[in-house]
Design a protein around this ligand. Structure first.
Ligand SMILES: NC(=O)c1ccc[n+]([C@@H]2O[C@H](COP(=O)([O-])OP(=O)(O)OC[C@H]3O[C@@H](n4cnc5c(N)ncnc54)[C@H](O)[C@@H]3O)[C@@H](O)[C@H]2O)c1
Ligand SMILES: [Fe+2]
Length: 385
């Protein structure tokens, strides 16, 4: 095996009620004033109240920015950087899904490194970001433990990646499943399949390694066990806990391995049409899996077993294809929209979508070599589904 590196430097505080530790963690990080980055829904919900309550108890002053939008823009991050500097905050708290956490991480890096957000696409970040606590309220992106943030450059219609192994990692992740009890079924479903996509791509892509394999495989089994329950019965704390742990592990896996073609195509669609990240991934996951099987059938067979498929009497190939059928059925069960239902994505644009996805560097580590033709095949199959 080639030489690989594995990084994990975020303290994870987890379990029901762990959000009450926010204040204590802020004190430990030496904070004098915090900026909470979240969206308007969460800001006015009891979820944000739990965070602010804990900060108050610890005597940490805070301000709230509540304008995060799904697929945050570079200009949004510039705005929160200016706010953080003007208010002289020394702690960022990203509260929400990947969008809030990514905007908080990027803001924390912009404050200490300067410049505009657009200047930081895949550029080494020289100075450590401001201390940051991430508090996920979806079980999907794993952004609370990843060293990257995905931000949309609206001018270029492109999802850029702010990334650094040393200087863009959250100091603390607080993974409290009680914060997910209010997440509606459609968001639980699409973010949950995003986590599954992270785990499957981390496990099958060219740069996987034993440590990321272990995390990804366990994440897959947790998602197989709990995603449907979390969607159908959002108040099931055990299922929410399982999904939150799975998304965190899948995040730690893919950030040290990689994601592949599913993310390449969903980044294109997210940037061009503002499609939610989880929805775009869910739609293409089964078709890219199918395309990738010839590169590593044994790995896809193992994925099937982790998902709970009985291997008895099945060949490796049959098991591998059973994993694809499982994901198609899962998408139906949790009501992921079909590509045709996203009427704003027209068939005449498939060629351009395929071309742009093939140019995405994520294509390079995909399990099987993939170019424009491979993406077109996935688009056509998803469209006919
Ligand atoms: N940095 C990373 O490692 C990484 C990995 C994957 C994806 N991403 C990025 O993350 C973003 C997507 O994040 P996401 O899928 O978590 O969704 P999101 O953060 O965009 O949130 C989607 C919606 O969910 C709502 N919501 C969140 N928590 C809720 C709760 N508990 N109850 C009710 N509503 C709730 C929000 O208000 C929002 O409207 C994309 O921009 C994507 O590119 C980042
Ligand atoms: Fe993702």
């Amino acid at each position: 095996m080639a030489i690989r590196e594995f990084f994990h430097a975020t303290k994870v505080v987890s379990g029901a009620g762990s959000v009450s530790m926010t204040g204590e963690e802020a004190v430990r990080l030496g904070a004098k004033k915090a900026l909470i980055i979240t969206d308007s829904f969460l800001a006015s919900s009891p979820i944000c109240g739990k965070v602010t309550g804990s900060l108050k108890e610890a005597g940490i002053p805070y301000i709230i920015y509540d304008k995060v939008r799904p697929n945050p823009r570079t200009t949004d991050c510039d705005e929160t950087c200016e706010l953080a500097k003007a208010e002289q905050v020394d702690l960022l708290i990203g509260l929400g899904g990947g969008s809030s956490m990514d905007q908080a991480k990027t803001t924390a890096a912009l404050v200490t490194n300067g410049g505009k957000c657009v200047e930081w696409d895949y550029v080494e970040i020289p100075h450590k970001m401001l201390p940051t606590i991430c508090i996920p309220t979806t079980a999907g992106t794993g952004s609370e433990v990843t060293f990257c943030a995905v931000i949309t450059d609206e001018e270029k219609k492109y999802k850029m990646t702010v990334m650094d192994l040393y200087n863009l990692r959250p100091d603390v992740a607080i993974a409290d499943p009680e914060l997910l009890l209010s997440l509606p079924p459609s968001l639980t479903a699409s973010t949950g399949v995003d986590a599954l996509t992270h785990a499957i791509e981390a496990y099958t892509c060219k740069v996987s390694q034993p440590i990321t394999d272990a995390l990804a495989l366990h994440a897959i089994s947790l998602i197989g066990k709990y995603l449907v329950t979390a969607v159908e019965n959002g108040g099931d704390l055990e299922a929410r806990t399982g999904m939150l742990n799975a998304s965190l592990m899948a995040g730690a896996a893919f950030i040290n391995s990689n994601v592949g073609a599913v993310h390449a195509i969903s980044e294109t669609i997210g940037a061009w049409y503002d499609t939610p990240h989880g929805v775009a991934n869910s739609i293409f996951l089964p078709y890219i899996m199918e395309y990738n099987i010839p590169a590593c059938p044994d790995r896809f067979a193992r994925i099937a077993v982790q998902l709970g498929i009985d291997p008895a009497g099945k060949t490796t190939e049959e098991l591998a294809y059973a994993a694809v059928e499982y994901v198609k059925e899962l998408n139906r069960k949790v009501k992921i929209p079909r590509l045709k239902e996203l009427e704003y994505i027209k068939e005449e644009n498939f060629d351009a979508i395929a071309q742009r996805s093939a140019e995405n560097p994520l294509s390079d580590d995909n399990a099987r070599e993939i170019g424009k033709e491979g993406y077109l095949e996935a688009l056509q199959k998803a469209y006919r589904a």
